[in-house]
Design a protein around this ligand. Structure first.
Ligand code: NAD
Ligand code: AHE
Ligand code: ZN
Ligand code: ZN
Length: 369
């Protein structure tokens, strides 16, 4: 079938809106009509060419919501008409990772997903007869996309897809990192580096966990307005200080924070986020994605003296099991989505969403088809 899509033809190039061909779903696959998609910084990261897994031409997008149109052979858990959120972290329930009870990082389709291919090693997208690659197993920047059955969470059909699409990445990642990865407890002091969609969701999670103090850090002071509205208690612009920002935070907090979250993808900030943690127990969670060749550094003494470095992907959330419940929480007002949606644009204007993000003007732009 034909589908309007925003195609990334090469690194650093604007997306091009074209009509692509989408082949029917094969065994274990599902054709989804995407109604809405957010634009996450990771889409911009991959488009920039910095992603070691970035392949072109590709249909990017991984923060979407849609409706099942057709199911392939053997698909039993979904049927046409079901409302779904595509998952870049699948959940097969059967692999070593799923069964471990220790991680959400299902590996059932991860290898092919990282190559921009469906699990059988081929692509369902083409343009002028030439293959177009998939992205993160989701490719939500297309009116129609094909996902593995295990890469789709079935959600309440009453849920507004133009909002709950944000649970496909940003909001879930931030909230999940607080509860599943860090396990923030009442009264804890938290520092959040980077106040985009991820950082704001961390603040929301920290408020839910009843953190005592939530220190919001960003080089763009305009981001403090929403961070405050979300529940942050302290605001720091590193540009206002001559000292390293970790020293400023350690002084402000009588020795450092209980938890810090890096929500930028800057390896220097990752170091600062670790080093602002309290000696003996402070934990720093890396959420930001850094480019090819980038590495983190600190003195091992930082770890010897009890600080912990962790990472979090999709907030440690198991998508098929847990996302439907998070959608219910959003519908019940327990998870706020509205503050994240600063802009709405039609697919034709998707490049403006990237501009708004790079200019620091948006938190999330939701694209409609
Ligand atoms: P965003 O661009 O909306 O927000 C980033 C924020 O960081 C901006 O407010 C910016 O002003 C701020 N910033 C930039 N440099 C800074 C610095 N040196 N010091 C302080 N603040 C600084 O991005 P986003 O969509 O919120 O994504 C944030 C990061 O999280 C990205 O790296 C993205 O790829 C990553 N991410 C990871 C996961 C995961 O599962 N691990 C999921 C989603 C996004
Ligand atoms: N492809 C990159 C890594 C990108 C990355 O770390 N992705 C995050 C999700 S970002 C969503 O906005 C993630 O979940 N990673 C775990 C996984 O399995 O991909 C690279 O460096 O190769
Ligand atoms: Zn994302
Ligand atoms: Zn699995």
């Amino acid at each position: 079938m034909k589908s309007r899509a925003a195609v990334a033809f090469g690194p650093g190039q604007p997306l091009k809106i074209v009509e692509i061909d989408v082949a029917p779903p094969k065994k274990g696959e599902v054709l989804v009509k995407i109604t809405h998609t957010g634009v996450c910084h990771t889409d911009a990261f991959t488009l920039s060419g910095d992603d070691p897994e970035g392949v072109f031409p590709a249909v990017l997008g991984h923060e979407g919501g849609g409706i099942v149109v057709e199911v392939g052979e053997g698909v039993t858990s979904l049927k046409p008409g079901d409302h779904v959120i595509p998952l870049y972290t699948a959940e097969c329930g059967e692999c070593k990772f799923c069964k471990s009870g220790k991680t959400n990082l299902c590996q059932a389709v991860r290898a092919t997903q990282g190559k921009g291919l469906m699990p059988d090693g081929t692509t369902r997208f083409s343009y002028n007869g030439e293959p177009i690659y998939h992205y993160m197993g989701t490719s939500t920047f297309s009116e129609y996309t094909v996902c593995a059955e295990i890469s789709l969470a079935k959600v309440n059909p009453q849920a507004p897809l133009d909002k709950v699409c944000l649970l496909g990445c940003g909001v879930t990642t931030g909230i999940g990192a607080v509860h599943n990865t860090a396990k923030v407890k009442e009264g804890d002091t938290v520092a959040v580096f980077g106040l985009g969609g991820i950082g704001l969701a961390v603040i929301q999670g920290a408020v839910q966990a009843k953190a005592g103090r939530i220190i919001a850090v960003d080089t763009n002071p305009e981001k403090f307005v929403l961070a405050k509205e979300m529940g942050a208690t302290d605001f720091i612009n590193p540009k206002d200080h001559e000292k390293p920002i970790q020293d400023v935070i350690v002084e402000l907090t009588d020795g450092g924070v209980d938890f810090s979250f890096e929500c930028i993808g800057n390896v220097n900030v990752m170091r600062a986020a670790l080093e602002c943690c309290h000696k003996g127990w402070g934990e720093s969670i890396i959420i930001g994605v850094a480019g090819a060749g980038q590495e983190i550094r600190t003195r091992p003494f930082q770890l010897v003296t009890g600080r912990v470095w962790r990472g979090s992907a999709f907030g440690g959330v198991k998508g098929r099991t847990q996302l439907p419940g998070m959608v219910e929480e959003a519908m019940a007002g327990k998870i706020r989505l509205d503050p994240f949606i600063t802009h709405r644009l039609p697919l034709d204007q998707i490049n403006e969403a990237f501009d708004l993000m790079h200019e620091g003007k948006s938190i999330r732009t939701v694209i409609h088809f």
